[in-house]
Ligand binder design. Structure first.
Ligand code: SAM
Length: 242
């Protein structure tokens, strides 16, 4: 084989993600942990030919290949401390799904929803269960093929099971009217917030300890404020994002 001395390969962004997660805080550590996370990929004009997606409805799930654009500038490290392991244990970056990689490329399997072509020519691919922040650049999409991608005997000695939803989430009674408005703009919003907060988005070192802080997380069009005491999470305010 003739060696190929090329050490970089130019790539193009084909589109960007519109995500209900407006910031990294509270995004689950993997796709499909929050099923009600609904978003879409809007393709750039050069990649808005609907022919490109012909046949995609045949698949229930898709792989997204994307750029960790919000952490890429921080570079990478050979060893990282995965939050999933409590943030204390160091592991080789390529043995983790850390965002701080030699190439800031991520891979998520998401649920296919539908293809939409807008009257203005924009092409959107709607997806669910995403773990990506709003604006994430997409470099490729591939079908999820069960016979090849589901490996029944696959094992891992780390992160063996999906993280358990730890918290019981309730909403302050005076939020009933606001929740109805939110529901009109994002069907399933209340349940979506429950799924996000049940996983306890706080840093690992805060979890399981007394915590008087009121946290805020930007989801869809709102800043959702909450307090956590023990295993209970109270959503105390939902404010419009300006
Ligand atoms: N499923 C992907 C993978 O395995 O490559 C992502 C896993 S990574 C551990 C998931 C985390 O990436 C999320 O919790 C979120 O904080 C972060 N994230 C999501 N989108 C990002 C982006 N565009 N830039 C940087 N970090 C991002």
């Amino acid at each position: 084989m003739k060696p190929n001395n090329q050490t970089t390969w130019p790539m193009q962004i084909i589109g960007h993600v519109s995500s209900p997660y407006k910031e990294k805080f509270s995004i689950p550590r993997q796709a499909n942990l929050v099923k009600l996370a609904k978003g879409y990929i809007e393709f750039l004009p050069d990649f808005s030919d609907i022919d490109m997606l012909e046949g995609i409805e045949a698949y229930s799930h898709l792989w997204l290949v994307f750029i960790f654009h919000q952490t890429a500038a921080q570079g990478w490290k050979a060893k990282v401390r995965p939050q999933r392991l409590g943030g204390n244990k160091k592991m080789g970056v390529l043995a983790t799904r850390s965002t701080f990689r030699p190439n800031p490329v991520g891979l998520s399997s998401v649920t296919f929803d539908k293809v939409e072509k807008l009257p203005n020519g924009k092409l959107r691919l709607h997806i669910q269960g995403l773990d990506l922040v709003d604006g994430t650049p997409i470099i490729d999409i591939k079908p999820y093929i069960p016979y090849a991608d589901v490996i029944q005997q696959a094992s891992s000695q780390f992160a063996t099971d999906a993280p358990i939803s730890k918290l019981k989430v309730v909403f302050a009674e005076d939020l009933a009217g606001k929740l109805k408005i939110c529901e009109l703009q994002y069907t399933g919003f209340k349940q979506f917030v429950c799924q996000v907060l049940a996983q306890d988005p706080r840093p690992v070192y805060k979890q399981g300890k007394e915590d008087n802080k009121t946290y805020g997380v930007k989801l869809v069009n709102w800043d959702v404020q909450f307090n956590i005491a023990g295993d209970n999470c109270l959503v105390c305010a939902i404010n419009d994002l300006s």
